[in-house]
Design a protein. Structure first.
Length: 92
């Protein structure tokens, strides 16, 4: 059953990326009036560049974890099997 979940997880990951992009654009408009800087933009301060990267990373990671978790919960509800590990490995 875990193998059947892989394509669903992939699609959910793509959707999470789209939602994360929208959320980042929304949040960045509250932080700064200008467009978020790209890493290859020449005339941008490190402070602004790292702030944009930190906000983007946080939003994408939280969005991805949330979508993955609810996808696993939905899969468990439909099939009765959990698509990942039951408990974390204590040896790690």
């Amino acid at each position: 059953m875990k193998l059947l979940y892989k394509p669903i997880g992939l699609v959910l990951g793509l959707l999470a990326g789209l939602v994360g992009k929208r959320l980042f654009d929304f949040v960045w408009t509250k932080v700064d009036d200008e467009e978020p800087p790209e890493s290859t933009t020449q005339d941008v301060s490190w402070r602004r560049l790292l702030a944009a990267a930190a906000v983007q990373g946080m939003i994408f990671r939280v969005t991805r974890f949330t979508v993955d978790r609810y996808g696993a919960i939905g899969w468990h509800y439909l099939t009765g099997s959990w698509p990942g590990e039951r408990k974390p490995d204590p040896d790690k």
